[in-house]
Ligand binder design. Structure first.
Ligand SMILES: [Zn+2]
Length: 189
């Protein structure tokens, strides 16, 4: 999946309560790719590494330096994700749910990367098992992905939805346990 979609999926799945949590979930959604490709991208932009050659819509894998593959293994493993998630839970004494966007990123990548370009090492370092999915740049994945995001965000951010929910009248609670008037007891004392 492309990095923008990853961020948006993370945000809508785990960051709907407030702005801060939303952006944190977006960041965790993009983090696995930022971690793997950030350094290489910075080096390319600053002129320390050559621009990768593009073939069939994605860079030729032979242009990818080995350290990127190492970083990719680390950030695209459900084993590493689970370990870090539990460690953070242990340190904070409560889970950081927005981190789940990282796990969701890996789940999406398992099925949206072909064997030719970064198949997801989701069980690394326990197993090198990878799944031959359909590339996210394929219209069969890309178009439904954009549509699904548009529908979900459209529904979530629909103007007036929240206000309508707020003004909904509270159901009147019929109560037959009215407090007994105290003065009556006081009178006959
Ligand atoms: Zn990824």
């Amino acid at each position: 999946m492309d990095i923008i979609s990853h961020g948006l999926w993370g945000g809508i799945a785990f960051g709907r309560t407030d702005k801060k949590r939303f952006w944190l979930a977006v960041l965790f959604g993009m983090a696995p790719d930022l971690f793997a490709f950030g350094l290489l991208s910075a080096r390319v932009i600053l002129g320390f590494a050559p621009w990768p050659q593009f073939t069939f819509g994605h860079p030729d894998p032979s242009f990818i330096p080995p350290y990127v593959l190492e970083l990719y293994n680390l950030s695209h493993s459900l084993v590493i994700f689970a370990a870090v998630f539990l460690l953070v839970w242990f340190i904070r004494k409560r889970p950081l749910w927005e981190m789940s966007a990282w796990g969701l990123h890996v789940l999406f990548d398992i099925f949206t990367h072909s064997e030719q370009f970064f198949p997801t090492p989701f069980l690394w370092p326990v197993s090198d098992m990878r799944f031959a999915g359909i590339s996210w740049s394929h219209p069969l994945i890309f178009i439904p992905n954009v549509l699904a995001l548009a529908v979900l965000y459209g529904y979530w951010l629909m103007p007036g939805k929240r206000r309508a929910a707020e003004v909904e009248p509270e159901p009147a609670i019929e109560s037959d346990t009215e407090p007994e008037p105290v003065y009556e007891y006081e009178q006959y004392r």
